[in-house]
Design a protein around this ligand. Structure first.
Ligand SMILES: [Ca+2]
Ligand SMILES: [Ca+2]
Ligand SMILES: [Ca+2]
Length: 202
């Protein structure tokens, strides 16, 4: 009985947030937030951030630097392809008037941390990049109200992923500067302990 209770307690701790960061490589201009890494980019986005008052705290943000990259891993859960967007990336984008201050990153995903698939992106519309839309401050697990940038695994024909890699766009995109990661949040997910990858067709 005790072992059953411990097991139930264990699986009940799964959460939608990214759980670990097994790799990071800083580029020119990095430094901000490194003293708080990795806690500042795990868990939910800054709860005080809104569209017009973005997060500015080193305890919530990590600057990757020019062409810097970071890998996030889902440990207690995996992201699955469900209806609509499957995960969201939050940066400290903010709105002023009808304009937005944006700092973008390329988004790749992986099942094993070795083979990666990049979401297609457009340098003019910025579609397919992270760091485009502000955090609203509303429920970060609900893409209909959360803001941030949403990604749908069906767009790249994957049924599940365990890793997300974000790479600062550097000079490849005309944006405001350096990407500052706040959080990566699963929208459609399963607990890792009950997940059997043989049940899903990749
Ligand atoms: Ca998690
Ligand atoms: Ca954060
Ligand atoms: Ca989907």
């Amino acid at each position: 009985m005790t072992s059953i209770l411990i097991f139930l307690l264990f699986i009940s701790t799964a959460d939608p947030w990214a759980d670990d960061s097994p790799g990071v490589s800083y580029g020119e201009g990095a430094g901000f937030g490194q003293g708080f890494y990795p806690e500042n980019i795990l868990g939910p986005p800054d709860p005080n951030a809104t569209s017009t008052y973005p997060s500015s705290s080193e305890s919530e943000l990590l600057t990757l630097g020019k062409y810097g990259w970071i890998v996030l891993e889902f440990v207690d859960n995996i992201v699955i392809d469900g209806d609509g967007p499957d995960f969201s990336v939050f940066e400290n984008v903010f709105q002023f008037g009808s304009s937005y201050f944006r700092e973008c990153a390329f988004v790749e995903v992986s099942q094993d941390g070795i083979s990666w698939v990049m979401f297609p992106w457009d340098s003019q519309t910025l579609e397919g990049l992270a760091g485009v839309w502000p955090t609203t401050g509303d429920d970060p697990t609900n893409p209909a109200v959360s803001g941030g940038d949403q990604f749908d695994l069906s767009d790249i024909d994957l049924s599940w992923i365990k890793y997300v890699r974000l790479t600062d766009c550097g000079d490849d995109v005309q944006d405001g500067g350096l990407f500052d990661l706040d959080a990566v949040v699963a929208v459609n997910w399963q607990e890792a302990e009950v997940f059997n990858q043989n049940d899903l067709v990749c």
